[in-house]
Design a protein. Structure first.
Length: 328
């Protein structure tokens, strides 16, 4: 199922759903269908709209066919109903801090398989892969398990989930796990999402409140699902240390992280860059755990440069490019 629309600037957008072996995935497919495909994978509880429209347009203008989608259990994609007993979340968090795997309804491996099924459904043998936050974890698993499908890899504010990394700021963890009171309904859900966005955001690049409210209204129309987000969190926690995947990645990789990220502190991004052979690390001054409009030119350039054909010999496995701290 695929319907084409045009945005306000005339960019063609094809919207549809694809049935994978486990779940139906909703997607959007932007730009020239003959351009090199670039697939965006978003993070925990995050609908595809968290890849901002303007950010996607910039990538289209850079010459890509841009595809974004709702992961399973979120937005317009299907929900997973598992018979696996729901484990205690705090028990999972404790085991995850030690890098241990746990039995959960589904894992990041299953979500990586969703990504492969989406590409197959779109008749794409290969794509440039960009993952943000938990989407960056899915991208690491995908790049290790499906190397022939990865033209390049960009991992944004993510982690290897290995032991002893600095934890999420306690205030953010509380906001992430807290359930809104049932009597507040959709209004309460939206208020909680707004508070989380404000806590995650880049203080140096505040988002216009009306713009944020408009985005949250769009998210609400598509469905805010706390239960789905919790199952995604269990997948993240249950998968354990991702270095067993990251070390197998051979795609040209850049790792981008915010210097002011309180959800996944910069050490998490450095761990990803250390684990992936040849990865290049970019630490962005002033950036938190979001994609501020002011940084779109920089971020899209880093992604496009990483996806460009290699002009010289790439770094050999085990070698790592120098760390770049980019002042905004």
């Amino acid at each position: 199922m695929n319907a084409q629309h045009f945005d306000a600037l005339g960019v063609p957008i094809r919207r549809g759903q694809i049935d994978t072996p486990q779940v139906r995935l909703a997607y959007e497919d932007w730009g020239d269908p003959h351009a090199p495909p670039l697939l965006l994978i978003m993070g925990l509880g995050a609908q595809m709209l968290l890849w901002p429209d303007g950010f996607c347009k910039r990538l289209v203008e850079a010459g890509f066919r841009v595809i974004r989608y709702d992961n399973r259990d979120i937005g317009l994609s299907g929900r997973i109903r598992s018979l696996t007993p729901t484990p205690n979340l705090w028990w999972l968090i404790a085991r995850a801090q030690l890098g241990m795997q746990s039995k959960v309804p589904y894992t990041l491996e299953d979500m990586a398989d969703d990504t492969a099924a989406l590409l197959e459904g779109l008749d794409l043998e290969q794509a440039h892969i960009v993952g943000g936050s938990m989407g960056g974890m899915i991208a690491q698993v995908f790049a290790a398990r499906y190397p022939a499908r990865v033209a390049s890899l960009a991992v944004i504010f993510s982690s290897t989930c290995q032991p002893l990394l600095p934890p999420t700021a306690p205030s953010l963890l509380w906001r992430l796990l807290r359930k809104p009171r049932p009597e507040t309904g959709l209004h309460g859900q939206k208020a909680q999402v707004k508070a989380l966005f404000q806590a995650l955001g880049s203080a140096a690049y505040p988002v216009d409140e009306a713009e944020m409210d408009a985005l949250i209204d769009r998210l609400g129309e598509r469905g805010i699902d706390g239960g789905g987000a919790r199952r995604q969190l269990m997948a993240l926690l249950g998968t354990g240390d991702l270095r067993r995947y990251a070390q197998r990645i051979r795609a040209r990789t850049c790792v981008i992280h915010g210097a002011k990220d309180r959800m996944l502190p910069p050490a998490a991004g450095r761990a990803v860059a250390r684990a992936i052979p040849g990865a290049e690390f970019h630490l962005i001054a002033g950036m938190g755990h979001d994609l501020p409009r002011q940084l779109w030119p920089l971020l899209t350039r880093l992604i496009a440069d990483n996806a460009a054909p290699v002009a010289s010999d790439p770094a050999l496995p085990g070698e790592h490019a120098s760390v770049a701290c980019i002042a905004a």
